[in-house]
Design a protein around this ligand. Structure first.
Ligand SMILES: C[S@@+](CC[C@H](N)C(=O)[O-])C[C@H]1O[C@@H](n2cnc3c(N)ncnc32)[C@H](O)[C@@H]1O
Length: 254
């Protein structure tokens, strides 16, 4: 009899080599794969030829499917094909709507496992030599979303801007100016900021500046989604460390 199951699998930040062995082995056992827009399509090659594949992500602001439709599709595919791999960008539990999908599967009696992934919040910063913590400079970091369900800027951004922590903000490019103004309003217009778009991929672009001038710099460089914004003194360390690694590089815009 067909064994239905669901694996929520983190695909990593974009570079196809930044996926875990456990994720690859799970993909090799897939009967169906439902994948998001930020998943590198090369990863689908790990799946067996017979596996059903469907893109369910969001592109150019349009959802291919609503979250409710995805939840229903997971259950339908698990019943029809067996082992469903829900392949998500980064880590499934970081702004991944994973809880809703797990609940839908559990309600349908489908067993669920989670394979953690390398979140863009960590990997994109590290790959550009921005340490999120550094002894004597940053003792902690926040990972927050720029906007909430209502479209407002998250209250957490206001709280984070008051702290001395490194602040990593996802899904925030549409509100970049307003978010940077929050830092300026806290008297932190000079806090170093980096914006990295399509991190860890050949399309990667990076712009650096301060809370006061990063919005204009990002506009001039044509920065857009998907991108992470990193605000904190640690951003300065990037330059220092990259000078060691690259001797003659202009790393501001790749
Ligand atoms: C819905 S969230 C999913 C985050 C994902 N679960 C993770 O752990 O990376 C999507 C946001 O993640 C960020 N993001 C994901 N991949 C990225 C990448 N390669 N470069 C820059 N930002 C990325 C962007 O802020 C994007 O809007």
């Amino acid at each position: 009899m067909l064994q239905s199951s669901l694996s929520l699998v983190g695909a990593g930040p974009g570079d196809p080599e930044m996926i875990t062995l456990k994720a690859i082995r799970t993909l090799q056992r897939a009967d169906a794969i439902l994948y998001d827009a930020l998943v590198n399509p090369e990863l689908l090659e790990y799946a067996p030829a017979h596996a059903y594949r469907q893109f369910v992500g969001k592109r150019y602001g349009c959802h291919a499917l609503s979250q409710q439709e995805i939840n229903a599709l997971i259950v339908e595919c698990a019943r029809q094909y067996g082992h469903v791999v829900r392949l998500k960008g980064g880590d499934p539990f970081v702004f991944g709507r994973a809880v809703e999908e797990i609940e839908a599967a559990r309600e349908a009696g489908i067993p669920v496992t989670v394979v953690p992934g390398i979140s863009s919040a960590l990997a994109v910063a590290a790959s550009r030599m921005i340490p999120l913590t550094c002894r004597g400079i940053a003792e902690s970091f926040w990972i927050t979303t720029g906007t909430t369900r209502s479209g407002d800027i998250s209250e957490d951004v206001h709280l984070a801007a008051r702290s001395t922590a490194t602040v990593v903000i996802l899904m925030a490019m549409s509100r970049l100016g307003a978010i940077m103004q929050i830092f300026c309003d806290q008297g932190r217009g000079d806090v170093p900021v980096a914006i990295i778009q399509n991190g860890t991929t050949p399309q990667e672009k990076i712009v650096t500046g301060t809370a006061a001038d990063i919005t204009a710099r990002a506009e001039a460089a044509g920065m857009g989604n998907p991108a992470i914004i990193i605000a904190g003194e640690v951003v300065k360390l990037k330059a220092a460390m990259e000078n060691i690694v690259y001797t003659a590089a202009s790393y501001e815009e790749k």
